[in-house]
Design a protein around this ligand. Structure first.
Ligand code: EPZ
Length: 426
């Protein structure tokens, strides 16, 4: 497991222009592991999760659950066992929540099982203010009294949460997951309308159903939950990380398909493949869920828009933009989910990319090649875009603030070294 302290001020040095080839394996999905770990609060039985990625965020969630009172055994190889038998605290303290916004995911389960929770209000992050108002409104509708005082969300329920009809005005991934985890132990039926459709929401629902929850409609706009009195333990394997997969598919495309990706969750990336094909890259299946991305002779510029699942994911926006900086012609990338997710643009410009931002759209003029420079990792997914840029840029690139990288990508530098990348932490 990664120790957060020593990683905070490291720099990644990359010598670009090397020829990469070989096989890379996709790890378990971070955004599945986090809600699934929060769901272990819902039972006093043992829960065993498999294929848990080794990430800073997973470590933070472990610390948070241990603070609450969970006994946690890291059985290595991505298997972790949880058991919340004796409650220690109903508080998610600021020092942990400030490291990881996804800590808000313990609010629903704590209200559902214990009727009380005190969770530090998650700060914003570089990509936007990231409010949680939709989560709090939903819990109020389910009968919780929610106050925000001194930077803490304080939730109280007299007795059990009550099922309710929750109409989300806009799709929210963790909002849907939080309400789902609250509803499974609530009294009566909860209907979530305009629910998020992400595969990670479906994975959480599958885990909860194996624990005895009564859920239907997951993966569609309307999820129906009938509350039960309690949930049993479960062993559950986490789905592969579609964002890590998409990131490495973009890398494979940039290295003429000499990079083969194992455990590739093909079905979660349909729309991303559509964009690849429009540019001139084809996803080639090599045996069971192994792929490579090969290019046709001519590459075309494209217009990409980020939207909620199943459309192009905002978490791949910086990565596809990096690829488009070296595709001849004028492309555009529009970010519709977050209000400030272009922090990587000035960094790409330092590497020689020609990009102009107008409102929510970045207009890209493809250049021959990028050249190495010193750049900053700005948010977790954008940091992967910087690594991709460094690998294709001519010369040396130094990436600062790489703790973002370790939050979301399991041992990315060792995975890339296996492909022949000249990459090291200094
Ligand atoms: C999840 O964040 C992911 N995190 C994000 O990945 C991902 O970028 C995002 O979904 C969008 O796909 C996890 O799953 C842990 P949202 P989440 O609620 O749930 C607004 C990563 O590090 N909104 O779907 O926080 C919000 O501001 C992260 O991998 C409200 O206004 O995102 C945003 O504009 C980066 N009020 C939009 O909705 C609310 O109460 C979608 O946010 C909640 C959200």
């Amino acid at each position: 497991m990664i120790d957060s302290k020593e990683k905070l001020c490291e720099v990644l040095e990359i010598r670009g222009g090397k020829d990469l080839k070989g096989t890379i394996e996709i790890s378990g999905a971070k955004n599945s592991a986090l809600p699934n770990m929060a769901a272990t609060i819902l039972t006093d039985d043992t829960v065993e999760l498999h294929n848990v990625p080794t990430l800073l965020d997973v470590k933070t969630m472990i610390h948070l659950l241990q603070h609450i009172g969970s006994d946690i055994y890291d059985l290595s190889g991505g298997v972790i066992r949880f058991r919340l038998k004796d409650l220690n605290s109903l508080e998610a303290p600021y020092d942990l929540v400030s490291k990881m916004r996804a800590s808000i995911l313990v609010l629903g389960p704590l209200l559902a099982r214990f009727g009380y929770a005190q969770v530090a209000l998650p700060g914003g992050c570089s990509i936007g203010t990231r409010p949680v108002d939709l989560h709090l409104e939903a819990f109020r509708k389910m009968g919780a009294e929610i106050k925000v005082e001194h930077g803490y969300i304080i939730g109280k329920v007299a007795g059990r949460l009550k099922g309710a009809v929750i109409k989300f005005p806009r799709k929210t991934v963790t909002g849907t997951e939080n309400v789902l985890m609250a509803a499974v132990l609530a009294e009566g039926e909860t209907v979530i309308e305009n629910a998020a459709l992400e595969p990670e929401v479906v994975d959480l629902a599958n885990m909860l159903k194996k624990m005895g929850a009564d859920i239907e409609g997951e993966g569609t706009d309307v999820i129906r939950v009938r509350g039960v009195r309690n949930l049993n333990g479960v062993t559950h394997k986490i789905i592969p990380d579609r964002i890590e997969a998409g990131t490495f598919a973009i890398l494979s495309a940039l290295f003429d398909g000499k990079i083969v990706i194992k455990n590739y969750p093909f079905e979660y990336l349909t729309y991303v493949h559509k964009i690849f094909e429009k540019i001139g890259f084809n996803i080639v299946k090599i045996g069971d869920n192994q792929v490579a991305v090969v290019r046709s002779e001519r590459l075309n510029p494209v217009a990409v828009e980020t939207k909620e699942y199943p459309f192009f994911p905002t978490d791949l926006q910086a990565q596809i933009m990096t690829l488009l900086t070296v595709v001849k012609g004028r492309s555009s990338v529009t970010e519709n989910i977050f209000e400030n997710r272009f922090m990587h643009v000035p960094e790409l410009q330092r590497l020689g990319a020609e990009i102009r931002i107008k409102g929510r759209t970045a207009y890209i003029n493809g250049v021959e090649k990028l050249t190495g420079a010193e750049v900053k990792a700005t948010d977790l997914r954008a940091s992967a875009a910087m690594v991709i840029a460094g690998l294709i840029a001519e010369g040396k690139t130094l990436i600062y603030d790489i703790y973002h990288l370790d939050r979301g990508y399991e041992n990315i530098d060792s995975k890339l070294k296996l492909l022949g990348a000249e990459i090291s932490r200094i």
